[in-house]
Design a protein around this ligand. Structure first.
Ligand SMILES: Cc1cc2nc3c(=O)[nH]c(=O)nc-3n(C[C@H](O)[C@H](O)[C@H](O)COP(=O)(O)O)c2cc1C
Length: 172
């Protein structure tokens, strides 16, 4: 990774797990921030569709399975300006969440051709491999690092070692 890299962390979180994982990643990155003069911005994707409760869950599963798109709120940051984009999603029906699929499709043409990508996901138990394969396909970039965390690992603060390995691979 070049010196002074500009990093964008993009994530969607329906119930807070993936958001918590972002803080773990940021925490781990912090120890490198001074030495490598890293700039990090964080973009939380907001879906305009109400995905709360049981009905929200059911439609989320259906949308993910059908690879549907949604309407997301306008981004704060210009994805074209970054050397590395880290994209995080909860696993929905063994693939990426609909808001993240939408973000990637809307932004992939804008990304700097030399920008690197890294992906992470949180999941109940399975589906990360397929999720990462799909993210790579939709994004058109081979990720430099991958991180899958279970909901339990995130919520019980058991993710530190895995997160550190992910951050080290990114900054290599
Ligand atoms: C619609 C839907 C489908 C899901 N499908 C899967 C799945 O296929 N495999 C899995 O391990 N977890 C699945 N989960 C669980 C979530 O991936 C997991 O709870 C995740 O950590 C939630 O992240 P969030 O709190 O950031 O939304 C699903 C959750 C939802 C809402």
């Amino acid at each position: 990774m070049k010196s002074n890299p500009k990093i964008l962390i993009v994530f969607y979180s329906r119930t807070g797990t993936t958001k918590k994982a972002v803080w773990a990643i940021l925490n781990s990155l912090t120890s490198f921030i001074k030495s490598k003069k890293i700039n990090v911005d964080i973009e939380e994707i907001i879906d305009t569709k109400d995905r709360s409760g049981a009905i929200g869950y059911l439609f989320a599963g259906k949308d993910a399975t059908l690879k549907s798109l949604t309407r997301i709120k306008k981004s704060r940051y210009n994805s074209a300006k970054y050397d590395l984009i880290i994209i995080g999603t909860p696993v929905w029906a063994f693939t990426m969440s609909t808001p993240i699929r939408t973000y990637i499709l809307q932004n992939k043409a804008k990304l700097n051709p030399s920008a690197k990508a890294a992906f992470f996901c949180t999941q109940g138990g399975s589906g990360s491999e397929r999720t990462f394969r799909e993210m790579e396909k939709v994004c058109g970039k081979k990720p430099v690092a991958l991180l899958e965390l279970t909901t339990k690992e995130v919520m019980q603060n058991l993710s530190e070692k895995k997160v550190r390995g992910f951050v080290e691979r990114i900054l290599m």
